[in-house]
Design a protein around this ligand. Structure first.
Ligand code: KG4
Ligand code: ZN
Length: 357
């Protein structure tokens, strides 16, 4: 039996320093041998958000140790690793550069191929770490920096069907949390607050809900939350606003996914019935539930990454590395960090004022 590939993945695009070793079993199913994540919450807490310079410095301090831990925990020897995959973009350039350079250095020192990975492709494939996934599938990528519907027809084959024209949904969660005085990183706490609140208390806007196909918009929602926070006095008011916000996002994602299903079917000549929801916001249990129900109604298969693999991690980077390794898709050691690296390179940039839908 031939040796199964062992891939080291490294991730440092934002505020998580992460390293992972993965392989695959006899049936070709990816297997995580180790997945170490060091979060920088304590570093950025007092600033209420990620400070790029501090994030980069912290990556530099942690990357060796985190990678060593990932290798030790996996039980493999560094020289047995078959390729090193590191995130090359998109993300904060100062942060990307740390993991990218470190990954290249390891690849060079063990004389093995280097693979530059698109972080968004990591999220896109992440459910494969625990589920079988057939192409084509419709992907809703919901993270702190991105909100997009994409038709995925293979590794590196993406057609963007819709995108946010302003803020990402994760950003809206984070900003709402900040306006409610919830400590950084507040996004996930909105879900907790929402459970104690009345979701019908505040009427919030759902921008471009019935126009612009499956493009989305969250900036108006954020502004409306800001106006209401001025009247928020009690803890109960906060819970009610969090619940109203959470419900509004659920409704936007429900309606827009429904439109995306149609566009996906048209694009693929009616082929494909899998809906993958990935990225940090996919950890939101109510959003998962609402989108699962939509899939039942529309006869789609709902697939999510495991909750612990929704946020940034290096197992998903190693996974892209594994798939590229099997196709001999390697990169040179002078591969640049790329802060803006869309999955669909033909999609037009749809952000900012003047956007016409
Ligand atoms: O994918 P990710 O870890 O990093 C990026 O690539 O951006 O996503 C982080 C985003 C943050 O905006 C965070 O607030 C959001 O995911 N997030 C959540 C939840 N957990 C993380 N948003 C809503 N509900 C959650 N449970
Ligand atoms: Zn991410």
């Amino acid at each position: 039996m031939s040796k199964k590939p062992l891939i080291l993945g490294i991730e440092s695009s934002c505020d998580e320093t992460a390293a992972s070793i993965i392989t695959e079993n006899e049936k070709g199913v990816p297997t995580i041998l180790s997945n170490i994540i060091s979060s920088q919450i304590d570093v950025h807490k007092e600033f209420g958000g990620v400070v790029p310079e501090l994030a980069a410095r912290t990556h530099i301090e942690k990357i060796d140790l985190i990678t060593k831990k990932a290798i030790d925990k996996s039980g493999v020897k560094i020289e047995d690793i078959d390729a090193v995959a590191a995130t090359a973009g998109p993300g904060l350039i100062v942060c990307l550069s740390v993991g990218l350079s470190f990954g290249k250095a390891i690849a060079y020192s063990i004389n093995k191929p280097f693979i530059a990975v698109n972080h968004l492709e990591g999220h896109a494939l992440s459910p494969k770490l625990n589920t079988k996934l057939n192409y084509p599938y419709l992907l809703l990528l919901i993270s702190g920096g991105h909100t997009q519907f994409l038709s995925v027809s293979g590794l590196g084959k993406y057609k963007r069907l819709g995108t946010t024209i302003d803020d990402a949904v994760g950003e809206a969660f984070d900003k709402t949390a900040k306006m409610l005085g919830i400590e950084f990183p507040g996004g996930p706490q909105i879900e907790v607050y929402a459970k104690k609140g009345d979701s019908n208390r505040y009427e919030l806007p759902k921008p471009i809900l019935h126009k612009g196909g499956c493009n989305l918009s969250f900036a108006g929602l954020k502004t409306a939350v800001l106006k209401i926070t001025k009247q928020v006095k009690t803890e109960q008011d906060k819970y009610d606003l969090a619940a109203s916000f959470q419900k509004t996002v659920e409704e936007i994602l429900y309606q827009k996914s429904k439109v995306a299903f149609k566009e996906f079917k048209n694009f693929n000549n009616n082929k494909g019935d899998t809906f993958v929801v990935a990225g940090g916001v996919a950890a939101n249990k109510k959003i998962r539930e609402v989108l699962k129900n939509l899939c039942k109604e529309e006869k789609f298969n709902a697939i999510f990454p495991a909750i612990n693999l929704c946020g940034d991690n290096a197992a998903m980077i190693a996974l892209v590395g594994l798939e590229k390794f099997k196709l001999n898709q390697f990169n040179e050691l002078d591969h640049p960090a790329n802060p803006r690296w869309p999955l669909d390179k033909n999609a037009i940039f749809l952000k900012g004022s003047g956007v016409r839908l």
